[in-house]
Design a protein. Sequence first.
Lengths: 306, 272
Amino acid sequence: MATALPQQVAPVATHPPRGRRAAGWANALFVLPYLAMFVAMIVVPLAMGMWLSTTKGDLFGVEAHVGLANFTRLFGDPIFLETVGNTFYFVVLTVPALTLIGLGLALVLNTPARWATVLRTIFFASTVLSVTVVTLVWRLVFLPDGGLLAVISEALGKTPIAFLNDPELAMPAIAITTIWWCIGLPMVLFLAALQQVPRELYEAAALDNAGRWTTLRRITLPAISRTFVLVVIIEIILQFQLFGQPQLMTLGGPNNATRPIVLFIYETGWRQWELGYAAAAAQVLFAMILVAAMAQYVVASRKGAQ
Amino acid sequence: MRSQNRVAIALVVIAGVLMLVPMLWVLALSLKSNAALMVDTNSVFDGVFTLENYAAILGDGQVFRWIGNSLIVSLGMTAGVLALSSLAGYGFARLEFPGRNILFVIVLLGLAVPEQAVIIARHQLFSWAGWHNTYPALIIPGLAAPFGVFLMTQYFRAIPKELDEAAMLDSASRFTVFWKVLLPLTIPAQATLGIFTFLSAWNDYWWPLISATNKQMFTLTVGIASTQMNFAQTEGLGFLMAQAVFAGAPILIVYLFFQKYIVQAVAGAAGR
């Protein structure tokens, strides 16, 4: 997977057949349709979003330029700060679990045996579902009145718990939903890395009578350490963008306990129509994601260095 | 040593069963009458099942409208991404033109821009153009994703140059070389990119949620979300579950058939 590294594809000057230089501008026609989309849908909205974040306005247009006032307001807004805290809390709940469970599954399922193939299929299956189907399924698990967990706890003679209405339990419930939904990706990334470990290393270890645990600790884990870091970063970037699960399962409640940054942006923008303020929050999120993306690039670039 | 191994396998098998339980639960609920579920969901275990919820979906028609919308949007976006990315990939990989290298770097930087950073202004642009609640509005933002260009450029670079040079000697035009000689060689990459784009479009939630506000223009994902909103008051729990199965099953079946490509595509997009 990580063969696709930006610096490997860094443009190299090529030598065009002589006499074709004049066709230079005509050649650009191949990239023009895409570039038009890129400018209209990414470059312009990105610049416009940055500009919007310095304005105050609503549905009907920009009212005033307020400089950095939106940003100072954000950092004094207890609800925004709470959403930042919630987002970090969610990342802490999901990323280590996704990484370690994904690694564990990959280590056990890294065999061509039929049972392993079936299990790999099962663990990746939920990944292809949309967030709305996933949340619908899990609401019917957490529902205190007749949900799966309620039915089980009643059978055990206990009172059902209203997970999604409990400020302490709502975020862990969303985290479990997310782990169920997203476990396929870390698993296949680790499986791909395990396939790359040279077989000779294992043969040498077997000759030395190394046990399974030693082989795992001395050979397998060091060989996939780069993938491990990449999986952590990829998952941080993905889980930082939490939105659909709380929007559909809890509406950010109870009492803001499950409201992440993206839901704050959505509600500020499309419920209160404070576009400038929402755009400012989006810039803060963008800056956080950019830090993680840069870390990913740095780690990915070090591929050949080991 | 072996027993350790067996414990690990047993744990993974249990986890696999736990993965399936929520799906089976929803499937079972979807096969119960709404009246029975109103009384008690424990009735799932009494063995009386019915297809009335699925019959209700078939009689409703709304879900079909949403599936149709999702198909149009996903297929449109897939076709558009494949066409634009192939052309641009060939251009960046093989052709000389002023500013090529810097443009390619800028497109790669676009990979780091998350949807949240552009979605508000994008929504404004489409509002000004009066394009919300149309198919183009649902399709066009997806066409700008840099991943396809990145993937196709990589792929074209890996094809030996001698191939196009030989064709050039036969005085074929640039476009003929692209269309007749190179494009057929990129079919594996087209499959990966196509499946990934289709799946992302089919499951996309935020943009269709804010762009398609008219019920007739909902994609399946947004439509299912809208019926979920009045979840607490709903008397049709079974109907809701049947909708979830109806929305999830086709994509799961597609997954079973194209598993290898889907896994490759998703992993490739994440690890770019």
